[in-house]
Structure formats: structure tokens, C-alpha cells
Design a protein around this ligand. Structure first.
Ligand SMILES: Cc1cc2nc3c(=O)[nH]c(=O)nc-3n(C[C@H](O)[C@H](O)[C@H](O)COP(=O)(O)O)c2cc1C
Length: 428
């Protein structure tokens, strides 16, 4: 490896709510609305000395064939409200909310985040997302939809304006820019962290540039070693243009994991979990997302549909865009033919395979290898079970990382910026 001192790993806990990775058929699966669930996962993360707890957000219920997607009916409380409640039952854990910059307003959001930062004594973070399609956020809009480039222009000015409000420390702010023309005084003093930590999650060219200019943390999708290294290299090299140093932006891919007493047992469990995650109905829903046509009569245990996908179909609404359907279908057909897979087996094969599988020792070694070889600075762990999905990781993997000297044994700071090794920004 590199001869430099060991990098310290950063860890965050993603609450497993309305994700296609959550297993609801497990007898230990519990509510994703009740406070006890949020509390359990947050307390487990804090027991494990994690950097932060993370909540995703969907602005509009997803739809399949004009009906609300099954998972969304189960529900998802508003993120900042949940985090304010968690602030009262945790002491050190960072609290990160995903909030959309396309459909919210800077003054109002700066105020809510400053409130969370004050109530939690410096533990607030904001995951700035911009939305990927026109369907999302229709319930928020006054007028038309922002196209892709404008969404990031707005997000950049949104973050800049929020920071002006935080810096003003109760003085009036006058901001006049292409996206916002605002005069106002924030009703709170400067937040304890100066600025709540800013996270970015979006993978386009514009998204990466926005992260390099304005974010403290990136929630990325690149969880394999090679893809992680390429992403890490690409984003860190963009920082210099903004006068920033490489360690001022932490890259934390979202990753899944399966533990077992042995590597073989973990592999077996992983296969079981994949089958539970991709039920016959879920397999059909995945195919419909690519094919854009109603496949309710398609046999999940038979071959892939023979029809060609319909591009730009509105059959499935509100899912993150996945790429060119014709290209994906061609790739899936080739894989299914090569490995002799049914439709369901193919979906199990190509979607959301677990990132780290093995005994605690194997998983600890792999996580560490990714960080020491600059494929990541840490991880946002996405368990498959609500709310107990992090218990084994904290009991079994965290002590091994601590033994290796790559993860804290106690919190040394009290704010999220301190956990992440980020300076308090100077006041402008
Ligand atoms: C790992 C990851 C997690 C994301 N989580 C959310 C989320 O919880 N809510 C949301 O509205 N968007 C989420 N997004 C998508 C963002 O909305 C992003 O702004 C969108 O993909 C458009 O940006 P892009 O074109 O740069 O990818 C996520 C994206 C990534 C990569």
C-alpha cells in the first residue's frame, strides 16, 4: 500500500425504509414510521461511534401503472422532524436529512437546518438532492419544471444563499442572483457548526462539479474497488479549481453487507436475502421499469419478455433514472442467455447485489482495503432490515476496525464536523 499513515474510516447508517433492498418478510422486520424504529437504529449507530445517521427522502409517492408503488404506501415521515426527535435521545451522532433544492426555498430550509443544528448542538447535515425527473415534486411546483442544468445552477445558488443566512448571525441578508432575489434576516444566531454539513448525492457531470464546489461529503453509488477508485480520483481532482484540498470532501458510497459466522454461511444468507428482496412480483416490477410496458401476465420463472422496451414510457414514475432501456434490455438478454437465467433469476443477478459479504473479519478487512486504497473515505451502510439491521455490524465488525486502528473507539469531538475532520467554515 502507500506508506502513509492509516486513513481513518467514516461510517454512517442509512435508515432502511422504502428501499428495494429492505426485506419485509423477515419476522424481525418492524415499522418504518414508529419512533422506536428510528431510535433503535440511531442508538445502535451511536453505540458503534458512527459519524452520522442518514435519512433519504422522496417528495412524491412513486407510481407503477398509475397506482402508488407498494413500498411507498408503507410510509415515510418527514426527515428533519424525525431528526429533531432523535436529537433528544442521542448525544454525539450526526443527523443527516435529504432535502430537495429544486422544490424548497432557501430561507425556510436554512432556518429548519439551523434549528436542527442548534437543538442537536452541532450535529446537523443536509443531503442536497435536485431530483431526476419531472414527475418528482409535481406536488411542490408553482410553475414549470427546471431542466437538468438549471437544477444544479439553482442548487449551487441555494446552498450559497443558505450559507449567507447562517453566516449573517441575525444581521439582514440581501441576495440578488439569477435564481433568487431575497432580502431577510434569519431568526437564529449562526449555527454551532457555522454551516451544517453539506452532502451531495447525484452522479452526473453537473452533480460532481457541484459537489467539488460546495459539498463536504458525497453519497456515491460506486461501491466496487475499481469504480470507487475512479470516482474518488475524478472528484478529488476537481477540488483544486475551487481552492479546496482533497480531504475537505469525504466520499462515502452507499453499501450493503451480509455477515455470517463463516464466509460460506454469509454467501448462503446473501443468496437468501436476494430472493427475499426480489419476490416474483418485484421481479416483474423491475422488468416493467426497463420495458415500460405492462408485464402483469409475464411469467417470472420464464425467459425475459420478447417485446422490445418502450423508451420514455410513463408506466413507472418517480424512480431514479436507470439509463437507456434498449441498451439495458440487450445487456440483460445477453446475461440471461449466457447464464441460463429466468426473468426473476436475471433480476436477482443484475440488481443491487450486496457489496460486502463474509464473516465479520472478512468484511472488516475489505472495508479497510477500500478506504486505504482510496476507493472511499468511508461508507453509508444500508442494512436490509428495519430497525435491527445494523446490530451485528456494530457488535462484530466495528470492534475489528477499532483493533486495526482505523476507526475511533470513542468520539473525540462533539459536532459532526469534528467527527468528519472538517473545519468550521470562516464567517464571511
Ligand atoms: C446514492 C444516491 C442516493 C440518492 N438519494 C436520494 C434521495 O434519497 N432522495 C432524492 O430525492 N434523490 C436522491 N438521489 C438522487 C438525487 O436526487 C440527484 O439529485 C438526482 O440523481 C439528479 O442528479 P444527477 O443528474 O446528478 O444524478 C440519490 C442519488 C444517489 C447517487
Amino acid at each position: 500500500m502507500t506508506g502513509r499513515p492509516l486513513k481513518q474510516i467514516h461510517l454512517a447508517a442509512h435508515f432502511p425504509g422504502v428501499n428495494n433492498t429492505t426485506v419485509w418478510t423477515d419476522p424481525a422486520s418492524r415499522s418504518q414510521i414508529e419512533f422506536s424504529s428510528f431510535r433503535h437504529l440511531a442508538e445502535t449507530a451511536e453505540r458503534g461511534k458512527f459519524d452520522f445517521f442518514f435519512l433519504a427522502e422522496g417528495l412524491r409517492l412513486r407510481e407503477v401503472k398509475g397506482r402508488i408503488h407498494d413500498l411507498d404506501v408503507v410510509g415515510r415521515p418527514e426527515s428533519i422532524t424525525v431528526l429533531n426527535a432523535l436529537a433528544a435521545v442521542t448525544e454525539r451522532l450526526g443527523l443527516a436529512a435529504t432535502v430537495n433544492a429544486t422544490f424548497n426555498e432557501p430561507y425556510e430550509l436554512a432556518r429548519r437546518l439551523a434549528s436542527l443544528d442548534h437543538l442537536s448542538e452541532g450535529r446537523a447535515a443536509w443531503n442536497v438532492v435536485t431530483s431526476s425527473d419531472a414527475f418528482t415534486g409535481e406536488n411542490f411546483r408553482r410553475g414549470g419544471y427546471l431542466d437538468r442544468a438549471d437544477r444544479y445552477t439553482r442548487a449551487a445558488e441555494f446552498v450559497q444563499l443558505a450559507r449567507e443566512f447562517w453566516d449573517a448571525d441575525g444581521a439582514p441578508v440581501r441576495h440578488s442572483g439569477p435564481q433568487f432575489d431575497v432580502t431577510g434576516t434569519l431568526s437564529l444566531p449562526r449555527p454551532p457548526q457555522g454551516h451544517p454539513v453539506v452532502i451531495q448525492a447525484g452522479d452526473s457531470e453537473e452533480g460532481r462539479e457541484f459537489a467539488a464546489s460546495a459539498a463536504d461529503v458525497i453519497f456515491s453509488r460506486h461501491s466496487t474497488l475499481e469504480a470507487g477508485q475512479a470516482f474518488h480520483h475524478d472528484v478529488k481532482r476537481r477540488l483544486a479549481a475551487y481552492g479546496r484540498k482533497p480531504d475537505e470532501l469525504k466520499i462515502m458510497p452507499g453499501v450493503t453487507f451480509v455477515l455470517g459466522d463463516t464466509d460460506a454461511e454469509a454467501q448462503e444468507r446473501a443468496a437468501e436475502i436476494r430472493r427475499a428482496q426480489v419476490s416474483p412480483r418485484t421481479a416483474i416490477a423491475h422488468l416493467e421499469q426497463v420495458w415500460g410496458i405492462d408485464l402483469s401476465d409475464h411469467d417470472p420463472d420464464g425467459p425475459l419478455p420478447t417485446a422490445d422496451p418502450v423508451p420514455d414510457s410513463e408506466l413507472v414514475q418517480g424512480r431514479t433514472r436507470i439509463g437507456d432501456p434498449l441498451e439495458i434490455a440487450a445487456r440483460w438478454r445477453a446475461t440471461a442467455a449466457e447464464k441460463k437465467l429466468s426473468s426473476r433469476e436475471l433480476v436477482i443477478e443484475v440488481t443491487g447485489r450486496q457489496s460486502f459479504i463474509g464473516s465479520a473479519r472478512t468484511v472488516a478487512a475489505q472495508l479497510n482495503e477500500h478506504v486505504q486504497s482510496d476507493a472511499a473515505d468511508g461508507f453509508i451502510l444500508v442494512p436490509h432490515l428495519t430497525p435491527g439491521g445494523l446490530d451485528d455490524f456494530v457488535d462484530q465488525v466495528v470492534p475489528l476496525l477499532q483493533e486495526r486502528g482505523v476507526f475511533r473507539t470513542e468520539y473525540t469531538g462533539s459536532t459532526l464536523r469534528e467527527h468528519l475532520g472538517l473545519p468550521v467554515p470562516g464567517q464571511r
